[in-house]
Every structure is written in structure tokens, then in C-alpha cells.
Write a protein that binds this ligand. Structure first.
Ligand code: ADP
Length: 149
């Protein structure tokens, strides 16, 4: 018996959960695809956030559901508008890395009021997108803490 309280044990376990243990597969689109095609991709891939990359595969933007909804209001030709016009762009993108603690990513999601961040690998030329963490990821990790007991 360690003499540790339940809260201490919970905290200890929380501090062992890393991005790499829970990251999901990212869905990316190129910056020149149309808003229409991005909407189709979001439905087909069943995700709420798309990450936008340039021709070198480097992260340049993020598209949320509401970004695409906003662009769809009014009489715009959705086939003619490329996503790089409406996306949230670098350097204002919150990212994380494989070896980050999941709890720190969760704090960032709350602080910035966003649903997802890309997991990136930093290279000399930019960020390569290798995964994604979403509110669903956080919920899964939360449940796993309870199962641990
Ligand atoms: P929604 O807009 O569908 O509610 P979010 O809350 O995730 O979804 O997005 C809110 C805004 O923040 C959107 O404009 C989106 O482009 C932007 N955003 C989403 N994820 C990120 C991120 N990782 N870094 C910076 N901005 C982001």
C-alpha cells in the first residue's frame, strides 16, 4: 500500500498520458481545393476539422465546420472559392507534438476555444502534419483514467 490518495493516483496517471498514445489520423486538404470540395471531404472522412497543407505538405491552415458554414452563407460560388481564402492560417495555429502531455493539449483547446489541434513534426522548412487531437480524443483518455482504477 502506497498511502497515496485517490487524487494523487489520478494525477500521477494523468501525467503519463501523452499525445502519441491517443492521437488520431489527420485529414488534410491542399490549400487550392474549393470550399465545396472541403465540405465533401469533411462529410466523407467524418471529421469536424480539416488541416490545410501546401504543395510541400506543410501546415498552412485549419478549417472548422463553422468556417465552412460561414463561407456557405449567401450566394457565393463554393466551387470557385479556394479554402486558403477562408481558413485560419499560420502562424495563428495551435499545434502539439507527439511527446506533449495530453492534459496540456486539453488546456490549450479550452483556452483557445477550439475543437482540435494537429499533431506536427517540426522540420527545417515547416510543420508536417502527422496526427490530430480532438475533444473526442480527450474524452477517450478521460474514460481510460476511470477504467484504470
Ligand atoms: P467551429 O468553428 O466549428 O466551432 P472550432 O471551435 O474548432 O470549430 O473553430 C473555431 C475557430 O478557430 C475557427 O475559425 C477555426 O478555423 C479556428 N481553429 C480551429 N482549430 C484551430 C487551431 N488548432 N489553431 C488555430 N485556430 C483554430
Amino acid at each position: 500500500y502506497t498511502g497515496k490518495s485517490g487524487t494523487q493516483l489520478l494525477t500521477e496517471n494523468l501525467m503519463k498520458i501523452y499525445v502519441k498514445d491517443y492521437q488520431a489520423v489527420p485529414v488534410v486538404v491542399r490549400e487550392n481545393v474549393s470550399v465545396y470540395d472541403a465540405i465533401v471531404t469533411m462529410f466523407l472522412e467524418d471529421v469536424g476539422t480539416l488541416f490545410v497543407v501546401d504543395e510541400n505538405g506543410h501546415l498552412v491552415g485549419v478549417l472548422s465546420r463553422k468556417d465552412l458554414l460561414r463561407a456557405s452563407i449567401g450566394k457565393q460560388e463554393l466551387n470557385a472559392i479556394p479554402v486558403n481564402i477562408i481558413m485560419t492560417r499560420m502562424p495563428n495555429i495551435a499545434v502539439c507534438e507527439r511527446d506533449d502531455l495530453l492534459v496540456d493539449v486539453a488546456k490549450n483547446l479550452i483556452e483557445r476555444q477550439i475543437d482540435a489541434v494537429p499533431v506536427v513534426k517540426k522540420t527545417a522548412t515547416g510543420y508536417e502534419v502527422i496526427g490530430r487531437i480532438t475533444k473526442t480524443t480527450i474524452a477517450k483518455a478521460f474514460v481510460s483514467l476511470a477504467d484504470d482504477e
